[in-house]
Design a protein around this ligand. Structure first.
Ligand code: ADP
Length: 208
């Protein structure tokens, strides 16, 4: 869009290894144990802007490491000594949410960060109970169930610091737009927003 084009382009600093990003020890251990030795190109440039609290649009082809980018950035941002939900990550399907959750769980194995998978198909009552009794730092899920839990106040969004949309082109297309808009009403105005996608059509960019 004209607005996007008028934003001055800045070279993003490229970090050649995870160690040079200043990532906390426990998270670094998770990254290496998961089998990531060196960051992929989008990870070299995309993790630190998230850590440094910028709003980010990350666009790269499928299979280039976008999931790792936003998860590592998000996990580095989370303060595990604070017992409240700090990050919300939405994906268009249950399967994708599950995949993201599994990678997230693996990456944060050695940290005290607690992720929670919030998707339709799981028991609604169990979600309400879990969100009520436990402290989670990061919620990963699909828009329907997430909105449900926001609306019934089981999911407290008042301390959200980071809102991530995976497959942002799809999340901001006609099918999901309204739901994302409704969810966004619960997101604090100061919250950082990160969008990741293989494509960024005009329509999605405009809403972004
Ligand atoms: P995208 O989200 O862009 O589709 P993924 O984050 O799912 O891509 O990564 C694609 C594949 O590459 C996955 O199997 C993932 O485990 C692997 N991968 C991602 N980053 C790295 C890395 N730094 N080192 C090794 N493998 C990686």
């Amino acid at each position: 869009s004209p607005e996007a084009n008028s934003v001055p382009k800045r070279e993003l600093k490229s970090y050649e290894d995870f160690g040079s990003m200043g990532i906390k020890m426990e998270l670094l251990r998770g990254i290496f144990s998961y089998g990531f030795e060196k960051p992929s190109p989008i990870q070299k440039r995309g993790i630190m802007p998230i850590v440094n609290k910028y709003d980010v649009i990350g666009q790269a082809q499928s299979g280039t490491g976008k999931t790792g980018t936003f998860l590592i950035g998000t996990l580095q941002r989370i303060d595990e000594t604070k017992n409240h939900v700090q990050a919300l990550c939405l994906a268009p399907t249950r399967e994708l949410s599950e995949q993201i959750f599994n990678v997230c769980s693996a990456l944060c194995t050695y940290t005290k960060i607690k992720p929670y998978l919030l998707i339709g198909g799981n028991s609604r009552n169990e979600d309400i109970n879990n969100l009520d009794k436990n402290t989670y730092h990061i919620i990963i899920g699909t828009p329907g169930r997430v909105f449900d839990m926001l609306k019934n106040l089981s999911l407290n969004s008042k301390n959200l610091e980071l809102f991530v949309l995976d497959e942002a082109d799809e999340m901001l297309s006609k099918g999901f737009q309204d739901q994302i808009y409704e969810i966004f009403q619960y997101v604090p105005k100061t919250c950082q927003v990160c969008l990741f996608s293989a494509t960024m059509p005009e329509e999605a960019l405009e809403i972004a």
